[in-house]
Design a protein around this ligand. Structure first.
Ligand SMILES: Nc1ncnc2c1ncn2[C@@H]1O[C@H](COP(=O)(O)OP(=O)(O)OP(=O)(O)O)[C@@H](O)[C@H]1O
Length: 361
């Protein structure tokens, strides 16, 4: 049985539809990332699960039990907020034990014993006597997480737990937090706008777009087979190149026509495009180099085609073309994804029944 189930959740604030029919099911011990741009409804979703916000429609279940009438403080979940929200006048130990003593009613000694055990596992025992202002941002966030995990709740809810931390700490802490949650066997919902965080931490990711979930899948599912144009353009850095096919059925690939009963957009990832003369059967494009972006590992090159499409490809440092030069890139047909422009949904690959691919002589 799923630990958390959301069925048909809708929530509006006046005219703003924050959640527009959200279904999501989370298994025991699973870590699900909720990923989407600013304003897409991520925080509202988390607040509805926590009971801090009431859904207009739909229901939230924990272990099969509808939570509709259960107030936030009686729900079996703990939240870690974006801005630490530790009590500033209390030590880390007191911050962790307060919830155990006054929330769960544990006696002081038992609460402290549990807090110390957890602090040892999380390697923060040296911080227990410090107050929040005596700790760094990362240390405060570890204590906030310890406080949430100490409650041994069914569900841990994380709201942008890494925002506001510097880049290096950020990447260390995301692995640590994911490992701590796994070690505790916690079921977690982790809201973030950062795809790298979601990819690194979550077992599955729900991509939310304007209050609806476009796709739920493993990080690889989302990357390899984005279900919608939105996911294709959101996941990946650089995101997938998207090339609309014009009304006459002209693909922007030069030697190919696409005939389709509906307008489609072709997608191809930057790393599937190769610089230089194409192999047999590959689709090719020529354009002028607009920008070359060093990543250290390689170069991301932005190309502008004659038709006016922009696309990015990756190439090794030693083969990097000069800005302004004309180059040809190509992709194997199996690297090409096809999306409906009408529905935004992925139709599949070039073998889709609606498409006829005509190679020019
Ligand atoms: N209390 C509120 N009153 C009015 N509108 C709200 C309220 N809370 C959220 N909204 C609106 O609902 C939409 C979704 O907001 P939400 O905070 O859930 O998005 P988000 O994806 O968490 O965004 P961010 O990443 O910027 O925090 C936004 O348009 C927001 O302005």
């Amino acid at each position: 049985m799923p630990v958390v189930e959301l069925n048909g959740i809708r929530k509006s604030f006046g005219a703003v539809r924050a959640l527009d029919g959200v279904d999501l099911s989370i298994g025991d011990g699973e870590h699900v990332g909720v990923l989407g741009p600013s304003g897409s409804g991520k925080s509202t979703l988390l607040r509805v699960v926590a009971g801090l916000e009431t859904a207009d429609e739909g229901d939230v279940r924990f272990a099969g039990e509808p939570q509709g009438d259960t107030p936030a403080h009686h729900r079996d979940c703990a939240i870690v907020f974006q801005h630490f929200a530790l009590y500033p006048h209390m030590t880390a130990l007191a911050n962790i034990t307060t919830g155990l003593r006054y929330g769960l009613g544990l006696p002081k000694r038992a609460a402290e014993a549990r807090a110390r055990d957890l602090a040892t596992v999380m390697q923060v025992e040296h911080l227990l006597d410090r107050k929040p202002r005596q700790m760094s941002g990362g240390q405060r966030q570890r204590i906030a997480l310890a406080r949430a995990l100490a409650r041994q709740s069914g569900v841990v809810l994380l709201d942008e737990p890494l925002s506001g931390l510097d880049a290096q700490l950020h990447s260390v802490l995301r692995l640590e937090i994911a490992a701590m949650l796994r070690a505790a066997g916690a079921t977690a919902i982790n809201v973030t706008h950062d795809q790298l965080d979601a990819m690194a931490m979550a077992d599955r990711i729900a991509v939310i777009n304007q209050g609806r979930i476009d796709q739920v899948g493993t990080p690889d599912d989302l990357y390899d087979r984005p279900a919608t144009l939105f996911v294709a353009g959101f996941i990946g850095s650089p995101p997938m190149n998207l090339l609309p096919v014009d009304a006459s059925g002209n693909a922007s690939f030069e030697d190919v026509w696409i005939k389709s009963s509906q307008p489609v957009t072709l997608g191809v990832r930057a790393e599937r495009l190769t610089l230089g003369e194409p192999a047999d059967g590959a689709w090719r494009l020529t354009g002028s180099v607009a920008l070359v972006e060093p990543t250290g590992l390689d170069r991301i090159v932005q190309l502008r085609t004659e038709r006016g499409d922009s696309l990015a490809f990756r190439c090794p440092v030693h083969r990097s073309p000069a800005i302004g030069s004309q180059v040809t890139v190509s992709a194997p047909p199996d690297a090409i994804h096809v999306y409906s422009q009408t529905t935004g949904q992925r139709l599949g690959g070039l073998d889709h029944a609606d498409l006829a691919v005509v190679h020019r002589a």
